[in-house]
Design a protein around this ligand. Sequence first.
Ligand SMILES: CC(C)(COP(=O)(O)OP(=O)(O)OC[C@H]1O[C@@H](n2cnc3c(N)ncnc32)[C@H](O)[C@@H]1OP(=O)(O)O)[C@@H](O)C(=O)NCCC(=O)NCCS
Length: 196
Amino acid sequence: MIEVVRAAELGESYRRGIAEVFIDGFGPDFSYFSKDPAKLTDALEHALVLDLFYVALLEGRPAGITACTDGRQPSFRHDKRELRRHLGLYKGTVADFGFRREFSKSLPYAREGMASLEFVATGAAYRGRGVATALLTHLLALPQYDEYVLAEISDINTPALRLYEKLGFREFERTKVRHTQQTGINYYISMRLVQA
Ligand SMILES: CC(C)(COP(=O)(O)OP(=O)(O)OC[C@H]1O[C@@H](n2cnc3c(N)ncnc32)[C@H](O)[C@@H]1OP(=O)(O)O)[C@@H](O)C(=O)NCCC(=O)NCCS
């Protein structure tokens, strides 16, 4: 059975398991820094703002994660000393600059009642079993929000785009990227779901 809980309720002892799901989902995006998932987990686990994450537990273990913010609060907040400790001075410094640029952006259309869903991921061993569907369905029923946004999904991420469309999200913005040759990504797509 899949149970959805706030990461803050689970507490710090779950941080590692939550970070492992994060790296399962987004490790490839950080492969410049290391290709070793354990090393990436060591380097990045401190940065997850657990207060903003929800966790899908399967048999009591973190199987899926998603951050739910107001579009202004960062759900990833790193400490450059930690990055340097695990990744070394050079890569730790590059990560510090890159993460500051990438993860401190506010959504220009953020407003009260709008939720920004970030870092949707299911652990590799748990995919295709409805974990992300259960987690997002739970978030879509939170009473304080009437609009949900998923910003900057890569246009080649078919599993994610299908999942969001199935839940009722629709594209409202698309931005051409400059790194198509290196990544194969053509656009970042933003989707929203407005509830009546
Ligand atoms: C996208 C992701 C979160 C889906 O998690 P999941 O728990 O496996 O998803 P679910 O089992 O709830 O699947 C729900 C729907 O998603 C779509 N989907 C999931 N995996 C898919 C795949 N490999 N190919 C195509 N569609 C897929 C399907 O529409 C599926 O519905 P169906 O089972 O009725 O066909 C997961 O693949 C993942 O963690 N990917 C890496 C991280 C990532 O890219 N996150 C999204 C960032 S925007």
